[in-house]
Design a protein around this ligand. Structure first.
Ligand SMILES: Nc1ncnc2c1ncn2[C@@H]1O[C@H](COP(=O)(O)OP(=O)(O)O)[C@@H](O)[C@H]1O
Ligand SMILES: [Mg+2]
Length: 404
């Protein structure tokens, strides 16, 4: 149990009645009724990818671009030792089964190894698209950061390779689906459930920051649930080794910190802001600065007051006021004691951090999957395209992805 038994404070379980499929049964009856009235069922893939798509300075914010591109040149080069993972596999080692997710830059497939019969996730990015969207450095960083990290709540990458047209990353396949899907099905999480996921995310962030890696894309779409219901953070597309500061505008609008929007130099502080937004979204069911117009979202991030729904617990209101603060000298996680301040906050007082790290605790929700079967029922269906992988021949971008 991650909750201290002496405090007699049991974790709330998220139970889904299989007959009704989508409604969370652990909420009070009145809330359940609200959910039944609303369309909280299937979350369409469109909603997932279009409404909260990634932003990257070079394409999406022409106003900010000029200043960013001049500053980006000052970014420190990444110099860090990584596990050797390239060249270990090739396409013929895998059978492609179905698409698990699509993003702005690529597609993730469920694949099965021809050698050991195990299931993996294969992320495929088209070189032409990467170059067009000016993501070459981010893609190389993604590979590099994934090859460095090793943590119970972070995805493990096994190897990378390339053909003439795309780069491939082979990762563990995480069966339980996105936290995003679970959240939309539940509409919102009860306080202890949100706390459980937040605490696991907190440990992952603490670990990344201890290695001077900023993650920069924290959101429920990038938090997956394993077969037992523990989290795995995936998508290192914006992760970067930053011992000092960086400037690039990237992330997902709702989650971007004000110092990123206003093109100030920034560091790990941005992940703690996003961490606050994540907790807010888990508890409320929506993010605090959302607007259908991205420019208005940015404006809200910079200026709008942070308001809480009345049902937020006073402790979490206190925590979020200190995470979602524009004042970097006050933002929890970004102060002298780093992540310790977050872990010691009263909202997390029941969390036994050492046990949580060992995953030696009961999770609030176990995804209904048949383990070991490559069960992908927890993932949305995406239209399958004819893939043209394994192309040999001329490769104008060969020099750009030499580490794959
Ligand atoms: N290791 C994995 N196991 C299962 N599904 C995954 C895995 N990695 C990614 N996915 C799915 O693919 C989606 C897109 O992958 P992601 O790395 O986030 O790409 P993008 O950078 O395009 O957002 C994820 O949101 C998730 O649904
Ligand atoms: Mg993603």
């Amino acid at each position: 149990m991650y909750i201290d038994p002496k405090r007699n404070n049991e974790i709330t379980r998220l139970n889904f009645d299989s007959r009704q499929g989508h409604e969370a049964m652990s909420q009070p009856a009145s809330e359940q009724q609200q959910m039944l009235n609303g369309d909280v069922g299937a979350v369409s893939a469109m909603q997932n990818t279009n409404e909260r798509s990634l932003q990257s300075s070079e394409q999406d914010n022409p106003v900010l671009n000029a200043s960013i591109s001049s500053l980006a040149a000052q970014d420190p080069a990444t110099e860090i030792q990584s596990r050797k993972t390239s060249g270990k596999y090739n396409l013929h080692d895998f059978q492609i089964l179905r698409t698990l997710g699509t993003g702005s830059f690529g597609r993730v497939h469920l694949v099965r190894s021809n050698h050991n019969g195990r299931f993996y996730a294969m992320k495929v990015l088209k070189k032409r698209t990467i170059v067009k969207l000016k993501q070459v450095e981010h893609t190389n960083d993604e590979r590099r950061m994934l090859s460095i990290v090793s943590h119970p709540f972070i995805i493990r990458m096994w190897g990378t390779f390339q053909d003439a047209e795309q780069v491939f990353m082979i990762m563990d396949y995480i069966e339980g689906g996105e936290l995003f899907s679970l959240l939309r099905k539940s509409q919102r999480f009860p306080n202890p459930v949100a706390k459980f996921y937040a605490a696991e995310v907190c440990l992952a962030l603490e670990y990344l920051h201890s290695k001077d890696i900023i993650y920069r894309d924290l959101k429920p779409e990038n938090v997956l649930l394993d077969k037992n219901g523990h989290i795995k953070i995936t998508d290192f597309g914006f992760a970067k080794f930053v011992p000092d500061v960086t400037y690039t505008l990237c992330g997902t609008p709702d989650y971007i910190a004000p110092e990123v929007v206003s093109t100030k130099p920034y560091n790990k502080s941005v992940d703690w802001w996003s961490f606050g937004i994540l907790i807010y979204e888990m508890l409320a069911g929506y993010t605090p600065f959302y607007d259908s117009n991205t420019m208005k979202t940015y404006e809200n991030i910079l200026n709008a007051p942070l308001q809480f729904p009345s049902f937020f617990h006073p402790d979490v209101k206190n925590l979020l006021s200190q995470l979602i603060t524009r004042d970097l000298s006050k933002r929890l996680g970004n102060l002298q004691n780093g992540s310790e301040d977050v872990k010691n906050h009263p909202w997390f007082s029941e969390v036994v951090w050492e046990k949580l790290l060992c995953r030696n605790i009961e999770t609030p929700y176990e995804p209904p999957i048949q383990s070991g079967q490559g069960d992908a029922s927890q993932y949305d269906r995406y239209p399958e395209e004819d893939v043209n992988y394994g192309v040999q021949g001329e490769d104008p971008y060969k020099d750009l992805f030499s580490e794959f």
